[in-house]
Design a protein around this ligand. Structure first.
Ligand SMILES: Cc1cc2nc3c(=O)[nH]c(=O)nc-3n(C[C@H](O)[C@H](O)[C@H](O)COP(=O)(O)OP(=O)(O)OC[C@H]3O[C@@H](n4cnc5c(N)ncnc54)[C@H](O)[C@@H]3O)c2cc1C
Length: 360
């Protein structure tokens, strides 16, 4: 039990969004209380944390990726320094061509100067000892890697507990009492409440009007005695090699049902795709299945900002399938908005949906 607190910010949710925002606020001397039920399976804990600047069949560079990457590297470096261990691992990535169209697209991108920092050389099947002879080959991708989200969230939770600013519970939103000066919950008071509640936003009575498009996904952890590539490999699905023959294989995309339960069809499809490209991994032992729900949005941009009629309620959410890459930069923008009144990027500000807000 922690005594009743009077804080500037009550943060609901300790996924990557709530954690990285809470960390920034505390580092700059602001008072924070974070609430989370410490579930084992959430989007942030299930995610492989991959950072991949160029994605999709058309090989599209994520808009503003240069800003996102530099903010992510800086923040993850600072956290590594503080906790004395790394969380973000830069890792080479290769992408295997799935069709002739993708090869045409790669040839086009290769001539675009702004793609040069991200796209490496092409290789053929014979250059690579673990590819099948009939493979179309692929190309290297630069500035990729993965975030060990579970280790980072565990360390941050420990830090918040040490600061006596973390409570392990699920808030019943009906119990938030909004006064003229502050918001009260179970004897704790805050000037502002920030919802970092991931896909639960769809049931949040203040923000459910925002067009969230949650997508469930599954990731398998396997172990093999066969030799493994060192790189992250993208082949429609992806494969992330870890230590001791372990690797992760992901990820599925399931719009319905959102039940957070493993789906046999989804795992079978992941294993089939992996076995097709890497027959030597067909015998790998399945260690674990993890499921989570990505907080995707209709326009693929985050939901950040202030409630249209209740300025003490705010949201920091909607990071879809790119939380590891985007949350560091947006947490800095939101921090400056909260503490200095700086403007939010228009593309992420929920003000863009103000016409969807039901006026009563
Ligand atoms: C299968 C899968 C694969 C993914 N792969 C990648 C990847 O490779 N790279 C990448 O960058 N991103 C990936 N993502 C996306 C990434 O996980 C998300 O962008 C990011 O984790 C979202 O973080 P969040 O904090 O907004 O949400 P969440 O992680 O969902 O956190 C929300 C938190 O709020 C808590 N909460 C909700 N309601 C309440 C309440 N009433 N009271 C208290 N607490 C509450 C929840 O328990 C949870 O802990 C993947 C996601 C999935 C599901």
């Amino acid at each position: 039990m922690i005594p009743n607190k009077k804080v500037e910010f009550l943060i609901i949710g300790q996924g990557l969004a709530g954690s990285l925002l809470g960390w920034r606020l505390i580092q700059q001397g602001h008072s924070v209380l974070i609430i989370d039920p410490c579930l084992k399976q959430t989007a942030s804990r299930t995610a492989a944390g991959l950072i991949n600047p160029v994605t999709g069949k058309r090989l599209v560079k994520t808009a503003s990726v240069e800003y996102y990457l530099s903010a992510a590297k800086e923040l993850y470096d600072n956290l590594a320094l503080f906790f004395g261990q790394p969380f973000f691992y830069e890792k080479e990535q290769i992408r295997l061509f799935q069709s002739e169209d993708e090869i045409t697209q790669w040839n086009k991108r290769k001539n675009q100067a702004d793609y040069a920092p991200f796209l490496g050389e092409r290789f053929n099947a014979k250059d690579n000892n673990y590819l099948r002879e009939d493979s179309l080959g692929g190309f290297k991708q630069m500035q990729c890697g993965y975030l060990d989200t579970v280790a980072l969230l565990d360390h941050l939770r420990g830090f918040f507990l040490d600061q006596a600013c973390f409570i392990n519970t699920q808030i019943d939103l009906d119990e938030l009492r909004i006064d003229s000066e502050f918001i009260e919950w179970h004897g704790h008071t805050a000037k502002k409440v920030i919802f970092c509640d991931g896909y639960h936003l769809q049931h949040n009575q203040w923000f459910s009007w925002l067009p969230l498009q949650p997508v469930q996904g599954e990731i398998l952890t396997l172990k093999t005695n066969s030799s493994m590539p060192n790189e992250i490999i993208q082949f429609g699905k992806w494969l992330l090699p870890l230590s001791d023959g372990k690797f992760k294989l992901g990820a599925s995309w399931q719009w319905q049902p959102l039940d957070e339960k493993p789906n046999d069809k989804a795992s079978a499809e992941l294993l089939r795709a992996c076995g097709k490209h890497f027959p030597q991994l067909k015998q790998a032992e399945l260690l674990e299945k993890n499921v989570g729900i990505r907080p995707g949005t209709r326009d693929k941009q985050p939901f950040i900002g202030c409630h249209p009629s209740e300025p003490k309620l705010l949201v920091f959410n909607g990071f879809g399938s790119k939380g590891s890459l985007m949350i560091p930069w947006y947490s800095d923008c939101f921090f400056r908005y909260l503490t200095r009144g700086d403007k939010l990027p228009e593309s992420a500000d929920i003000n863009r949906y103000k016409n969807d807000y039901p006026t009563r």
